[in-house]
Ligand binder design. Structure first.
Ligand code: ADP
Ligand code: G6P
Length: 450
């Protein structure tokens, strides 16, 4: 039993990348606590074990649990609904039942792993009911909850069947953290509207306790990225990449995302195709590398996205490519962190254009990697990262990804910008990212939790 326990759907030991594990891994390592999570395969429950100084407590999911709790309620209902319903959420009773059962299993596993009076930190939309369930099992614990994805506007949240139960689940925590202040405000307004509570400022009384809701914008392990960026082998890789893509005369644009419909990958590719079509850029001078990690591939909307993207990539390369030189390289692959940093170093323009994103760590990784103050970031207004790195703060080139013309304008502005302008922008973004790394984020949350 341990005095600090992280509870998240994913364990930091499987190969599936994403913002949550990227951000929390360094925290769990340095705190030496325990981590309760799913090992990533159905019907697989290894005994608890040590991994990089963290005690791992695997939770088992059956094939049906994966279908209903993970792919269903988590990723076909809550994920799209909380991302502005950019794809229509699907509502199924059987999924809700499985979600509740699996959340109970996580709460029980967390209760069993926690010492008397321990601090338990529950993460993300897969586990909204866990704080409430855990409080019932273990009133002695200090419970924090952090939502890594957006929290929707009141009108959207109201569409969720059994919405009040999800809210009560979250209110089981002493501290509920969000990426943005607006999200915390949405949550507090809902406690009044749905439960008749009386929030004051960032606090609300619930069942004789005070629950605080506040924004804690998440970040990255800056030192890890900077160390990789300073590694001569990584820098060699970056040079080789540029050479392979056609030497320094070619402008390298880059996208790195999980293949997810919230990331605006198809809109980005469409804008790039139009820039080629209207001659703003040519195949001789520009190349776009899009790395898309396979993600949630058994969910229908993700398969459809893959088809759309692959069709469009084929069309653009067919129309504008030449033998031995194409304008778009699409890699449906997971890369190592060193390989990603080499790509960041090689890229003149980083395209981060989600339709909605709680934070977007890729944007911050790119900035942290550019110790040379080179490169440009084109950044969607609908990311959490935009609050810190926007055009208004003299950093990124801000774009509205729903507007292809605005995407094209933002990309063209980044291409046209002079070196002094770009270096100034990168310097300001670096100041922000370097001063707010993930360690500071975790400390701020845990100190507030007390
Ligand atoms: P999300 O959490 O929605 O996946 P983020 O941008 O916040 O989005 O975090 C994604 C994390 O996954 C980053 O740390 C990024 O480096 C990593 N990642 C994204 N794509 C890949 C890839 N193709 N290979 C390896 N890691 C990736
Ligand atoms: C986002 C979510 C995480 C999730 C990650 C990868 O970052 O906020 O909770 O772990 O995506 O998705 P996956 O479904 O593979 O865990």
């Amino acid at each position: 039993m341990t005095s600090f326990v992280v509870v998240a759907n994913r364990l930091p030991v499987d190969a599936s990348p994403g913002g949550l594990v990227s951000a929390l891994q360094p925290i769990a390592r340095s705190s030496g606590g325990a981590w309760v999570g799913w090992a990533g395969e159905p019907d697989d429950r290894p005994e608890p074990f040590e991994h990089e100084g963290v005690r791992i407590h695997p939770v088992e999911l059956s094939g049906d649990d994966v279908d209903r709790y993970y792919e269903g309620q988590s990723n076909s209902t809550i994920w799209p609904l909380f991302h502005d319903s950019v794809e229509p959420p699907v509502h199924r009773r059987a999924w809700r039942v499985a979600y509740e059962q699996v959340n109970r299993r996580f709460a029980e596993a967390a209760a069993a792993a926690s010492a008397q009076g321990a601090t338990v930190w529950v993460h993300d939309y897969q586990l909204l009911l866990v704080p409430g369930m855990l409080r019932e099992l273990r009133p002695d614990l200090r419970i924090g909850f952090f939502l890594h994805i957006p929290f929707p506007p009141v009108e959207l949240f109201m569409q969720l069947p059994r919405r009040a139960e999800f809210l009560r689940g979250m209110l089981g925590a002493d501290l509920v953290g969000f990426q943005q202040t607006l999200a915390a405000q949405n949550f507090l307004r809902l406690t009044a509207q749905l439960l008749g509570l009386h929030p004051e400022g960032e606090r609300v009384e619930y069942e004789g306790r005070t629950v605080t809701a506040r924004a804690f914008p998440i970040s990255i392990d800056v030192a890890e990225i900077e160390t990789l960026a300073a590694d001569p082998a990584v820098q060699d890789d970056a040079r080789r990449l540029r050479k392979d893509l056609g030497g320094d005369r070619r402008l390298l644009l880059l996208g790195v995302d999980r293949l997810d419909y919230t990331k605006g990958i198809d809109q980005r590719i469409e804008a790039y195709g139009e820039l080629l079509a209207d001659g703003t850029i040519t195949n001789d001078e520009a190349v776009l590398v899009q790395v898309a990690t396979p993600s949630r591939m058994r969910v229908e909307q993700y398969r459809q996205l893959r088809e759309r993207v692959e069709r469009e990539v084929g069309r653009i390369n067919g129309e504008f490519g030449d033998v031995g030189r194409v304008p778009l390289h699409y890699l449906f692959q997971t890369r190592t962190r060193a390989e990603l940093v080499a790509l960041y170093l090689a890229a003149d323009i980083m395209l981060v254009t989600p339709l909605r994103d709680g934070m977007n760590l890729v944007a911050k990784e790119y900035v942290a990697a550019r110790r040379d103050e080179g490169g440009a970031l084109v950044l969607s207004e609908f990311t959490g990262a935009h609050s810190e790195l926007s055009e208004a703060s003299g950093g990124a080139f801000s774009v509205n990804p729903y507007d292809v013309d605005d995407l094209k304008r933002g990309i063209a502005a980044a291409i046209a910008a002079g070196p002094a302008d770009l270096a100034g922008r990168m310097r300001r973004m670096r100041e922000q990212v370097l001063a707010h790394d993930v360690d500071r984020w975790a400390r701020a949350f845990l100190e507030t939790l007390g």
